[in-house]
Design a protein around this ligand. Structure first.
Ligand code: ADP
Length: 185
């Protein structure tokens, strides 16, 4: 099994939670483009300033900004033996930029979490209460789901035979077990 893994799934699909658990189990870094962007916004950096309007509206941040940010992260020493990518690539252009930078082995396995839309909206609205993320309101959530369908879902076909499909409904532990079993098989 490779240690360069991508998590794909709709907003609210639990990919962040599962990506973190897999990261810990494998001892590789968790590279979450969304978290990196939120950190940049909180720190008030140039990148954060450029990204904030897009993130708050639930739109994708322009590819050149996100690609540069993730490429820099993947060049750090701790990512030499692998990484779990969460939220990047999010469209075919980003996937091609990653393949150009890292070679076709830049992603060895893609884990796709399947969750239906009503459930994701419910989870995100609950998270809005807990974490207070500005992009977790119902209109923005619906828009992020649309962006996922239009831009990100085509990546499932793009990664083709490197895709593992996992049922994303159940407890955190149940879903984690399914992922580990799939990764091991
Ligand atoms: P979710 O998957 O729940 O929407 P993320 O933390 O992955 O949460 O992403 C939050 C927001 O950050 C996205 O709606 C988008 O604005 C921005 N973002 C994250 N990753 C990318 C990316 N790879 N390309 C463009 N924008 C991104």
């Amino acid at each position: 099994m490779g240690r360069r893994i991508l998590f794909l799934g709709p907003p609210g699909g639990g990919k962040g939670t599962q990506a973190k658990l897999v990261t810990k189990a494998l001892g590789v870094p968790h590279v979450s483009s969304g978290e990196m962007l939120r950190e940049a916004m909180a720190s008030g950096s140039e990148l954060g300033k450029k990204a904030s309007a897009y993130v708050d509206a639930g739109d994708l941040v322009p590819d050149d900004l996100v690609v540069a940010m993730v490429k820099e992260r993947l060049c750090k020493d701790d990512a030499l033996c692998g990484y779990v990518l969460d939220g990047f690539p999010r469209n075919v252009e980003q996937a091609e930029a990653l393949a150009n930078a890292m070679g076709s082995e830049g992603i060895e396995t893609t884990v796709v979490l399947h969750v239906d839309e009503d459930q994701t909206v419910e989870r995100l609205l609950r998270r809005a209460d807990l974490e207070g993320r500005a992009d977790d309101n119902e209109a923005t959530i619906r828009h992020r789901l649309e962006v996922f369908r239009d831009e990100t879902e085509p990546l499932i076909a793009y990664y083709g035979d490197r895709v593992l499909r996992v049922d994303g409904v159940g407890s955190i532990e149940e879903i984690f077990c399914r992922i580990v079993n799939e990764l091991a098989s």
